[in-house]
Design a protein around this ligand. Structure first.
Ligand code: MN
Length: 218
């Protein structure tokens, strides 16, 4: 048995809808610039836009129902509701969730202008809320609607069919760079309508057929 110098961290996991087992989270990959209307609202040109890949640590996961302290070192945290693909053994799709890719937009803007990495803008504590995982068997999400409500009002809405790179294409691209492993999550990009959150706001994201993600900022 391996001897550790101090106790290793507990594994990060998500509930699985309808099961008493949990989905063990290994790594989190994210794709940016994957809905044309969102590329446009961020000042880009979708026709010339290539997908952007970045990562978050598994420790950034937040479960539905949790309170999130407003993140440090920013005055402009934005919500981005996204379909999350949960990878199973042999690069199969185990299931899907609804995630919110929280972004420190002010730090992202300064990274973009200096040509620096997005890590501080994207990969911070509690930056990856994610719903329970719904097993993929029998699910057809190809035309499912994706919606985010802030304090009950719809702020983002789209159709998964609006994605520039669909789920199979994203998996193929990621697999060309590294071996996807069971437990990996892929946040697949956000539709238009991203915007700021303030202390006291509640965000609730949904995709037809999947469990919801709801978090509140405190
Ligand atoms: Mn995103």
């Amino acid at each position: 048995m391996t001897k550790f110098a101090f106790p290793p961290a507990d594994p990060i996991s998500l509930p699985i809808a309808g099961r008493d087992e949990r989905f063990p989270v290994r790594r989190i990959y994210c794709i940016g610039k994957n809905y044309a209307a969102h590329v446009k609202e961020m000042g880009g040109d979708a026709k010339r836009s290539e997908p952007v890949f970045f990562t978050k640590a598994a420790e950034t996961i937040v479960h539905s129902g949790a309170d999130i302290p407003y993140p440090p070192n920013t005055k402009d945290v934005h919500f981005e509701v996204e379909l999350v693909v949960a990878i199973g053994p042999d690069t199969s799709i185990f299931g899907y969730g609804v995630g919110i890719d929280l972004t420190r937009r002010d730090l992202q803007a300064s990274a973009k202008s200096s040509g620096g990495p997005w890590a501080r803008a994207k990969n911070f504590h509690r930056s990856a809320p994610c719903s329970a995982i719904t097993p993929a068997a029998g699910l057809d999400l190809s035309h499912a609607r994706i919606v985010l409500r802030k304090n009950g009002d719809i702020v983002q809405h789209g159709e998964l069919s609006d994605m520039i790179w669909n789920v199979d294409e994203i998996i193929a691209r990621l697999s060309a760079d590294m071996d996807l492993q069971a437990g990996d999550l892929i946040y697949t990009g956000t539709p238009e309508g991203v915007g700021p959150v303030r202390v006291g706001d509640e965000l609730s994201g949904g995709i037809e057929g999947l469990e919801r993600i709801t978090v509140r900022f405190v």
